[in-house]
Design a protein around this ligand. Sequence first.
Ligand SMILES: C[S@@+](CC[C@H](N)C(=O)[O-])C[C@H]1O[C@@H](n2cnc3c(N)ncnc32)[C@H](O)[C@@H]1O
Length: 258
Amino acid sequence: MFSFLKKKTHKIQESKVIVYQDYSDVSRVARYFKNETGVTFDKQESILKNKVTTFCKQREIHSFSNLLEIIEKEAKIKQELIDYLTTNETFFYREFKQIDELTKLVKKTSRHVEILCAPSATGEEPYSIAIALLEAGVSSSNFKITGIDINYDAINKAKEAHYRERNVRNLTPEIISKYFTHNGEKYLLNDSIKSLVSFQLANLFDASFKNIGKFDFVFSRNMLIYFDQETKIKAKAILESMRKDNEVGVFFGHADLF
Ligand SMILES: C[S@@+](CC[C@H](N)C(=O)[O-])C[C@H]1O[C@@H](n2cnc3c(N)ncnc32)[C@H](O)[C@@H]1O
């Protein structure tokens, strides 16, 4: 037996099968995750280690190397890890000034516009845009919104559109009663708004991302904050290439600044 392995690992004996647990070096998982999603844990390796250890133990995966082998073969586990490690915090009318700016630009044009929200997380941002456009008097037949996110759970929640008090905290009681049905602790978004946004599971860095199409306006807020500088530059170029017209800028969040 390799003596160095014995030192590093903890041994569990279960009916004659010896399983070595090794949750010591998370750096390969960190590198893998950054390559796949852009999200970096460079300054938060101990947080990542704790989270990935819990993820592995819940699934009886006995080491980080074993996790990486499994992920290569099982797309479901890979998606579960992505869902587990990405942060989907969002709420309605977040950084509303930019949404207001967008409504003014849309009102200036008489043509139909297509808007991309990348990332949309659980849907609050693209639905906010839909509500704000309607409130500004833009006809629902004049715009189409697409929301994308790498997180499968978030995309499903966005499609369901059931929210909690904290998600709608920035909305006025008038907007809430106009566009939601309040049911117990939940705020259910009306179908009239849900039908104005379509959602897709997508990774900004996949080669197929560009097939989503070209858009008049692109929103990408509070995703670049999870990337390092080099990845931010790559992401910015991809998002800018999604515009139909190079004159129009991408709406980034204030914290995403380069
Ligand atoms: C904090 S949320 C931002 C949501 C919304 N745009 C806002 O500003 O409120 C960040 C989202 O970025 C998504 N994300 C991270 N990396 C991604 C990638 N490579 N491709 C697509 N989405 C990604 C996460 O899953 C998460 O839902």
